[in-house]
Design a protein around this ligand. Structure first.
Ligand SMILES: [Zn+2]
Length: 81
């Protein structure tokens, strides 16, 4: 599972970007912070809009395919290996 951050609001450009779950956890520190706090910390990389909406994304692939292919690249987005 991973998060998807979308550029929203009247001035939003509609750009959306995946956020790896580990990066999200690092953003949120102890995990006590909420997605709402993460939203307030983010800014659109395209237009600079600060109205960011976060949606939790789930891996909809069948379990055997997930095992075969490993985690989706989206789950590691934003974290250099
Ligand atoms: Zn934008």
């Amino acid at each position: 599972m991973w998060l998807s951050a979308g550029c929203q609001g009247e001035k939003g450009c509609g750009h959306s970007a995946p956020i790896g779950i580990r990066l999200a956890i690092r953003f949120m520190g102890s995990g006590a912070a909420t997605a709402g706090e993460l939203e307030r910390r983010l800014r659109c990389s395209l237009c600079g809009n600060r109205q960011i909406g976060i949606v939790l994304q789930l891996d909809a692939r069948p379990p055997e395919l997930q095992e075969c292919e490993g985690p989706r690249p989206d789950t590691r987005a934003g974290l250099p290996d």
